[in-house]
Design a protein around this ligand. Structure first.
Ligand code: NAD
Length: 310
């Protein structure tokens, strides 16, 4: 039977894992949070939606205890945990010659890191508009609707792409093949590189940030810097479109009342994904000789904040 491992089964990994399991696939959640794994195995994964609360029986295992191989590994750790997770899974033989690795993590450069473990032809990159939360260990909060855009990391199509697409769609996850997943990845990373760190540094909701009359003066140069680095990487972004998308998040009726996930991570005493957002933009800029003073400064500001929680 086709075996799916969800490596990093927090909020988002929980959502994807439970959905694929409910579609009838053999799914194992792999995680390092002992309390979470124990509760899922003892009581099932509790799922709360807008209308319902129910339990899904799904096996969970600590990564040190995994003892099977997977045909598909969906990697949904936080970005900074992905290499350690995959290094471990590879060292204990969970990755075979044909294992596909599908990343739905936010941030940039995942294909470069994942290619240490399998060839590019076995790496799939996805951008998802689904969201997910955890109310506690083994307790998922699944609201709203979403989509997944995916593509093989080398841009080629193959039968495995269609197979993975089919698995995700049988799971009701509204997946489609992207013709240019890097454009989607960079677009989402731009939104995240603007609102996540700025709301975290300023301790503001998205609405509060957008209420500042000069917020455009803060974000337009930042967007431009990211768009210039993306162009140097061969990805064409539209600055005006990105600005519109960011400003569309300001109203209270859209995402305005929320604090971005980086703010939540920081306030829960957890490290952020800054090195995979602004930090990765700055690293690419340095490698390609594109100045990135704003992204560099923002990365340092978040690192300074993170020093307070370490
Ligand atoms: P998460 O924090 O819920 O889970 C990531 C890892 O942290 C998991 O291994 C989880 O078990 C562990 N973890 C979570 N809470 C913990 C706690 N209290 N104690 C110990 N360990 C804990 O992260 P996520 O939101 O699922 O994000 C995973 C990836 O997906 C990230 O790259 C994120 O940017 C991306 N993403 C998330 C969402 C979302 O709505 N959550 C949406 C799109 C993309």
């Amino acid at each position: 039977m086709y075996k799916v491992g969800i490596a990093g089964a927090g909020a988002m990994g929980g959502r994807i894992g439970v959905s694929i399991k409910e579609a009838g696939y053999d799914v194992t959640l792999i995680d390092n949070w002992e309390e979470h794994v124990n509760r899922i195995n003892a009581q099932g994964m509790e799922v709360q939606t807008e209308t319902d609360t129910y339990t899904v029986e799904i096996p969970a295992v600590l990564s040190k205890d995994v003892n099977e191989q997977f045909d598909l590994i969906v990697i949904l750790t936080k970005s900074m945990q992905s290499e350690a997770m995959l290094e471990h899974l590879q060292s204990i033989g969970c990755i075979h010659d044909e294992t596909a690795i599908l990343s739905m993590m936010n941030g940039l450069g995942h294909e470069e890191r994942l290619s240490k473990f399998v060839p590019m032809s076995q790496i799939y990159l996805a951008v998802t508009m689904w969201t997910a939360g955890l109310r506690g260990p083994g307790q998922l909060l699944l609201e709203g609707n979403g989509t997944i855009d995916l593509q093989r990391a080398d841009g080629e199509k193959d039968a495995r792409t269609d197979f993975i697409l089919n698995v995700l769609n049988e799971a009701g996850l509204h997946a489609q093949i992207s013709e240019d997943v890097f454009k989607s990845i960079w677009s989402k990373a731009t939104l995240n590189s603007v609102l996540n760190p700025l709301c975290t540094i300023l301790d503001k909701t998205i609405y509060e940030f957008g209420s500042y009359p000069e917020s455009r003066q803060m974000i337009v140069p930042l967007i431009e810097e990211i768009v210039t680095v993306a162009k140097a990487k061969g990805v064409e972004l539209d600055s005006a479109e990105l600005l519109n998308k960011i400003e569309a998040a300001y109203p209270k009726e859209t995402q305005g009342l929320h604090y971005p996930s980086m703010h939540q991570d920081y306030n829960n005493g957890r490290l952020t994904e800054i090195d995979y957002l602004n930090g990765q933009v700055a690293a690419y800029g340095q490698a390609l000789n594109v100045p990135t003073p704003l992204n560099t400064m923002i990365t340092h500001l978040i690192h300074q904040l993170e020093m307070k929680i370490q």
